[in-house]
Design a protein around this ligand. Structure first.
Ligand SMILES: C[S@@+](CC[C@H](N)C(=O)[O-])C[C@H]1O[C@@H](n2cnc3c(N)ncnc32)[C@H](O)[C@@H]1O
Length: 566
């Protein structure tokens, strides 16, 4: 080691000690430099579409598949989708020590004494970028197993102080793996939910509902006098609830549980078989909110009509045991039904991902869902199935590298994730030669690319011009206008969903008026990005009713400078 290297090592160690001293949570790990992160000091990630892989249908929302290292993909998304994502679902490599996770192009094995540090650095870099993408009410879910769950929970606690953390246990392998003391049959899903917000929906248990009397039948003294607002008549006619009466006066005592009025309406009171005046479990002011869960039943023993409540919607439990979470049957085998020759290690059960995603965006039909460890694309598949089921318009963004886990048959992105999503959208024949109908949607396939800028904190003018020429598809993604309709040396135009995006490349503005006239003729809303050395230089001059002017490349460079400071 040269003296220079030694000094650098000492300086790195001192910087780490300073960082650790600031850190009072107890998770101490060495931040391992990663090539893909270092690359971003001299290069800017952008997107390039692989047009031959585009899949489109009429009037459908645009889903994205981005091939590349997710550090680069997430950098791009910091420009295109800041605070735009409802749910991030990720299933990172579990760091098992088996040859399934590379750090700086090398597999990390069990003997590597820095294996936890490397993995935590890897996760921290990416989650730091991903965090900026969440809406204020956005949720992050991370699948994980016992190899890193404890470390990851502490890391999340440091990184997400304004979020509650819930760790769900999922029985994904009911038979259990071979092990010394235990056969492990579960893994985890960590949910990060903004504090003090109820954002997880209810689980539909229609198959196993909870049916019980509305009258408080619990043991103990739950009598009328304990909750006066809970003693009122429920009006029934022809076996149906037709309304609710006022809370009864203290002096009023019905003669029995059913009082038959002259007009044929029956007033039902919460009176028990011994004649005690009990209470309904819902107060008068709230009972209407559950009216659709109530029904009139005949109590044959007492020869009266009674009211029961059938509850089908419940908070999710923290242990998920259903057979549909079996990763072998509904992950590996299901994937082989779709892609018979595909050999992908450990896809999730479709239903594990579906239920995780549904718990957050089941009631958000226009949500955007991001998975930046997409692997075989289970998350995209789940989102498409969800839209099919409830007519929703949710979109997904999948990012995955193109590692070759499928020797000789191309990488994961192009030979597993893309063909799977394509098959789900277009339909496919399963192993029994039965046709499975497609779920119409759009898919745009991008690769990440790097534009050299020499140094992020001192970018020469030629590099700024280079970025402007190369940023078109990334800007089109930001504006969700993905179809390029024109490109020449002066400008580039994209269209989509009744809107346009145009990029004017040059400092020389002699052709700008021509471009603007062309755009005005279309009478569509346009986002016009004009090359500028600074900010807000052309907003006042060229904005109009149809045209909103933006600068390029400065705002892009600012985003990258910001995330590189992290
Ligand atoms: C555990 S798998 C995810 C499986 C996925 N949930 C499924 O059901 O198919 C993790 C995936 O992340 C991908 N991956 C790992 N490191 C990555 C990186 N730095 N950038 C992009 N993808 C990465 C791997 O190729 C692998 O396919």
């Amino acid at each position: 080691m040269t003296e220079k290297d030694l000094q650098k090592e000492i300086a790195d160690l001192q910087a780490q000690i300073r960082k650790l001293q600031k850190n009072n949570l107890g998770l101490v790990f060495e931040d391992k430099t990663e090539d893909v992160v270092v690359q971003c000091e001299k290069n800017i990630p952008v997107l390039k579409e692989v047009k031959t892989r585009r899949i489109t249908a009429k009037d459908q929302s645009n889903n994205l598949l981005i091939e590349g290292d997710n550090y680069h993909a997430l950098s791009v998304l910091n420009y295109t989708h800041k605070k735009n994502i409802d749910l991030i679902y990720i299933d990172p490599p579990y760091n098992t020590g088996a040859k399934n996770w590379k750090y700086n192009n090398d597999y990390v094995d069990k003997e590597d004494e820095y294996r936890h540090s490397k993995w935590l650095s890897f996760m921290r870099h990416r989650v730091n970028l991903a965090k900026n993408l969440l809406k204020d009410d956005g949720v992050l879910i991370c699948a994980i197993d016992e190899n890193e769950q404890a470390h990851l929970s502490v890391l999340f606690e440091q990184m997400f102080p304004a979020y509650d953390q819930y760790t769900i246990v999922i029985i994904h392998n009911p038979g259990g793996t071979q092990g010394n003391n235990f056969h492990s049959s579960h893994e985890y899903a960590i949910f990060l939910v903004p504090k003090n917000k109820t954002l997880i929906g209810l689980q539909d248990r229609t198959d196993n509902p909870d049916v019980r009397p509305l009258r408080d039948v619990s043991t103990g003294n739950h009598l009328r006098e304990d909750a006066k607002n809970c003693f009122y008549p429920i009006f029934v006619k022809d076996g149906k609830i037709i309304g609710f009466g006022d809370v009864c006066d203290d002096s009023f005592h019905p003669k029995s549980a059913n009082v038959i009025r002259k007009d044929g309406v029956i007033e039902i009171y919460p009176i028990d078989p011994s004649g005690n005046e009990r209470k309904w479990v819902f107060a008068r002011q709230t009972v209407e909110s559950i009216q659709n869960e109530l029904a009139v039943v005949e109590n044959r023993n007492r020869k009266i009509l009674d009211i029961v409540r059938t509850k089908t919607m419940f908070n999710y439990k923290t242990v998920w045991t259903d057979g549909k979470y079996n990763a072998n049957i509904f992950g590996t085998k299901l994937l082989r039904e779709i892609l018979p020759n595909c050999d992908f290690d450990f896809p999730k059960s479709l239903y594990t991902v579906y239920d995780c995603v549904f718990s957050v965006v089941g009631h958000r039909p226009n949500a955007t869902i991001l998975d930046f460890f997409a692997g075989s694309g289970t998350t995209g598949h789940a989102v498409l199935e969800m839209n099919k089921k409830d007519g929703g318009n949710r979109k997904f963004i999948l990012c995955t590298n193109n590692e070759n886990n499928n020797e000789g048959n191309g990488g994961i992105a192009e030979s597993v994730c893309y063909p799977r999503i394509k098959a789900i959208i277009k339909g496919y024949k399963n192993k029994r030669n039965e046709k499975v109908k497609g779920i119409e949607s759009n898919l745009y396939y991008y690769k990440t690319d790097l534009v050299n800028i020499e140094h992020l904190h001192k970018i020469p003018d030629e590099a700024k011009i280079r970025v402007t020429y190369q940023a078109g598809e990334m800007i089109a993604v930001r504006e969700d206008t993905l179809n390029e309709v024109e490109k020449n040396e002066w400008w580039q135009i994209f269209e989509g969903d009744g809107r346009m995006t145009a990029i004017y490349f040059k400092e020389d503005k002699s052709k700008l008026v021509e471009l603007i006239e062309k755009l005005e003729k279309k009478k569509l809303p346009v986002a016009l990005y004009i090359f500028s050395w600074g900010k807000n230089e052309y907003k006042g001059e060229y904005s109009s009713a149809h045209i909103q002017v933006e600068d390029i490349p400065e705002p892009i460079l600012e985003v990258y400078k910001e995330i590189n400071r992290l």
